[in-house]
Structures are given as structure tokens and as C-alpha cells.
Design a protein around this ligand. Structure first.
Ligand SMILES: C[S@@+](CC[C@H](N)C(=O)[O-])C[C@H]1O[C@@H](n2cnc3c(N)ncnc32)[C@H](O)[C@@H]1O
Length: 272
């Protein structure tokens, strides 16, 4: 397990540039982001950090960076001191255990994200939760590809799904998703470590909030994972990815139902 992270501090103020940098860094293996006033802090496991890749990504925006090394446990302290509860309308509230319970939300999720992606703060997670509001989950089977903290799998369980498979390719996420499903009492979620969406099971709903390339690479597998008439929610996508995603999903025989946008990011809903 990784114990040391590189913390990269980037003085980026333009919101769209910030979101594009997050998307590219996430694709390069960065798995923690903090959006601060006037800067972005990005965290990457020490062994994944590659200066050339970082220069290439930041060079497109004429940006520089500063770098420091942090220990895994320091991240938790940083996160805990900065984490604010997130509320998606009156539908769902996401908070840490040390926050007071929400009032006036239909569903509440308690998350200890550590370095895992998925607190609801990021637009992509927020958008998928919004789309989940419009899909019936009662007694359905669900596949959550790239579960991170397990947040979307936990919401599916709270919405009445009967069985959920949540997968990730990152050990830390697996550990954290197990912790979060336990804290939320979600007993019908199975968590597995995998590198792609090749499964021998079919699901009523397939969710993938990762990034454009991984989603496109896995699209045929996701199509195989889907029950006839099933729903697909895709995110981790920028607005400019929408045409390519809709074209590729159309080739799978999926019919576009809705696209939601937030801060330059989108989430798309298709039905087979
Ligand atoms: C953008 S995060 C989404 C986390 C959470 N589902 C959410 O919506 O907040 C993407 C997650 O996908 C995982 N991931 C990336 N590539 C993957 C792959 N090839 N197979 C499985 N998981 C992957 C990452 O480790 C990360 O936890």
C-alpha cells in the first residue's frame, strides 16, 4: 500500500482550466484533489508521479506548480479539516461522521474518503447523484464501475437496489469503500478489485464515473453487463466529450435519455 504522496500545488484560478486539469491529472493517476481559493492541490501516489506528464498537462495552460511530499495519515487530517457536507437538492446529503446529521434530505450518506475520489464535492459525482433521482432503483441490480469511496453504490442501496457490485482498480479505494459501506449499513454491496468492466453477470443499472478514455475502452463490456432495457449512467466526462460519447453509445444501441452539466463536466443517461 502507498504511504507517501506527492502534493502538487497549482495556482489556477480559471474554473474551466481547473476542471480540465483535474480531468487530465485524474487520467494520469492523481486520486485526490482539493479546490482552494486561488489554487488547486492535487495528490498523486509517489510511485506514479511523473514530472514530464505534469509539465505537459500544465504547459497547455501556461501554469507552474510547487511540490511537497506528504504521508498518508497527513492527508486524512488535511481532508478532515477542509471537508464540508455536500447536499444535492433535498435528495441526498453527504457528510463525514463528525458532522451533525442533515435535516430535510431524503437520504444521508456518511463518507470517510481519505484519498479516494467520491465525496459528492466533485461535479461528476454530484451530477450522477442528480440523475439517480430519476431512475427507479427499487429491487434492481446495479454495477458501479470505479466506485472510489463507494458513494454511488451506497446511494443505490439507499434507493432500494437489491444487489450491487462495486469495483475499483485501486487498493486504497477498495479498503475505503468497504469502510464506507459498513458505516452506512449497506449490506447488499459486494466490493471487488478489477481493472476493467468484463464480468459474467448482468445488471439492471450500470454506472461508470471514471473518464472518457476508460469509459470508451470499456463500452463493449458495459454493454455486455447490461440487462435488456437497462439504464447506463456515465460521467467523468467534459462537455466537449459529449458528442463522442453519444455517438459511441448510439453504436451500442443505447438511447440517450438526458445529459446534465455542472462546471464544464457532464453526466449522461442512456437506456438500452
Ligand atoms: C472519478 S472516480 C469516481 C468515484 C465515485 N464513483 C464517484 O462517483 O465519486 C473514478 C474511480 O475509478 C477508479 N478507476 C479508474 N480506472 C479504473 C479501472 N480501469 N478499473 C476500475 N476502476 C478504475 C479510480 O480508482 C477511481 O476510484
Amino acid at each position: 500500500m502507498t504511504s507517501q504522496y506527492q502534493c502538487i500545488s497549482i495556482p489556477v484560478t480559471d474554473e474551466l482550466a481547473r476542471e480540465q486539469i483535474i480531468a487530465e491529472l485524474a487520467a494520469a493517476g492523481y486520486d485526490g484533489f482539493e479546490e482552494l481559493e486561488g489554487s488547486l492541490q492535487a495528490y498523486v501516489p509517489g510511485e506514479i508521479f511523473d514530472a514530464d506528464t505534469l509539465h505537459e498537462i500544465l504547459g497547455k495552460h501556461n501554469l507552474t506548480y510547487s511540490k511537497s511530499t506528504i504521508e498518508k495519515q497527513n492527508w486524512n487530517a488535511v481532508w478532515e479539516s477542509n471537508f464540508e457536507p455536500v447536499q444535492v437538492e433535498d435528495f441526498v446529503g453527504v457528510r463525514a461522521a463528525f458532522h451533525p446529521p442533515f435535516t430535510g434530505v431524503q437520504h444521508e450518506i456518511v463518507i470517510t474518503p481519505k484519498m479516494s475520489f467520491g465525496t459528492g464535492h466533485h461535479a461528476t459525482t454530484y451530477l450522477v447523484m442528480q440523475l439517480m433521482r430519476d431512475i427507479g432503483f427499487e429491487a434492481k441490480t446495479v454495477f458501479d464501475f470505479g466506485t472510489g469511496t463507494g458513494i454511488l453504490a451506497i446511494l443505490a442501496a439507499k434507493l432500494g437496489a437489491k444487489a450491487i457490485l462495486a469495483v475499483d482498480n485501486d487498493d486504497w479505494c477498495i479498503e475505503n469503500a468497504l469502510e464506507n459501506t459498513s458505516v452506512n449499513g449497506s449490506q447488499n454491496i459486494v466490493i471487488e478489485k478489477v481493472n476493467d468492466a468484463r464480468l459474467n453477470q448482468k445488471f439492471d443499472v450500470v454506472i461508470a464515473n471514471i473518464n472518457k478514455n476508460i469509459i470508451l475502452d470499456n463500452l463493449p463490456y458495459l454493454a455486455d453487463d447490461l440487462e435488456p432495457g437497462g439504464d447506463v449512467l456515465l460521467s467523468g466526462l467534459l462537455k466537449e466529450d459529449e458528442a463522442d460519447i453519444r455517438e459511441a453509445c448510439g453504436k451500442m444501441g443505447w438511447v440517450h435519455q438526458n445529459t446534465l452539466e455542472r462546471k464544464g463536466w457532464i453526466a449522461c443517461w442512456f437506456r438500452q
